[in-house]
Design a protein around this ligand. Sequence first.
Ligand SMILES: [Zn+2]
Length: 399
Amino acid sequence: MSFFKKDRCKICKERRGHRFCLRLANNICWYDCNKLRIDLKCPEECSYSLQQQDNFQLKTKADSQMEYTDLLKKQIDKWISSSQKVFNDQIPLQIIETENGKKKIISFLNQFKAHPLVPLSYLKERLSLDDLEVDSHVKSYEDISMEFLTTIVLHEWENSANFLQNSTLYANKEYLTNYIQRLSSNMILAKMTEFDLISSASTKQNDQVLVHFEVNRKYDLTLNLIKIDTNWKVVSKIFSKPEIFNNEKEAIQQVAVLLSKNQLSNAYELLKKYSEIYVDSADFHYYWGLYYSFSKNNKKAEKHLFNAVEIDPDFTEAKGLYATILLQNNQSERAKTIYLEIIKKNPKELKSMNNLASIYIEEGDKDKARELLERCLKINPNFMYARKNLEKINTEQIL
Ligand SMILES: [Zn+2]
């Protein structure tokens, strides 16, 4: 037995064995669990056991909608090929040999309202019931997650941005280029050829979900999606199990504390570790920016701060620091644009107003500078930096 395959399913030996099967006394995958439990012979003590079935209703545990739907398909396969009391012990697959028989089955199916997860279209197809009316399938968050991952497998980087919460932002070429660069330089994503859905869980309000995958039979990947109106949108990817999702805040806190104590090498280690997990965290990119600015590596600081801004354009602190670093990197035009964006969004962002005024003073545009500084002081008459800058202009004018 290969050491590296230790965590695989005992039956297929390919997918991850993420659940313990009491029948086999071994770990198996949900696909194989479904194949087993459909015969109703699993011990009752197992929470995944299937004890009773009523046509297309199953009372059991499933870790995802996909798993439950797969189980229902197996149930449908069983149902259509075994004799049914409602049809005087006839077998549906035989009943449909006559047009009359098909009508009989359709009218039976029309009697009850099926649970939305029941794959009626599968039943329709298996029994060639062309006249059965089936509601069109509404895409679930699992469908959306898989479509999103498929664009990545196909290296359709640009297309993948359409699945994101901030998708409209990527009409901006600069943001789009940066997003594609971030995505395609992630080695796990760049080399992803396959993914298996392991589980999914939603909040009580059903407005946020975590969908857990295994990528290339090796890596954990959890997608975080939220519901906007009626559409599911991808917020972030986490290279770990879903339970790690809630630890992000604490991880950020740890890094922030180390940086505030100027413990740079410790901060570096933690940043490296966490940013490989929380790849879409604007916070970790922001702290990388801080780290590199402390380490006097402004080029790298600039790159990470733009990542933070691309991920979260409303992240004022990251944007402000980004503009400061741009200025230090002799890109004053771009810094001005960023400051203007910040002020437009937050008309009371004094620090950015004062910094922008400083650029105007540097450029000899005193009128623009004065206007900004006076606005600053109107908001907060005690804002020292603006006061000093304004004094500077006035003294220069006297001289
Ligand atoms: Zn398996």
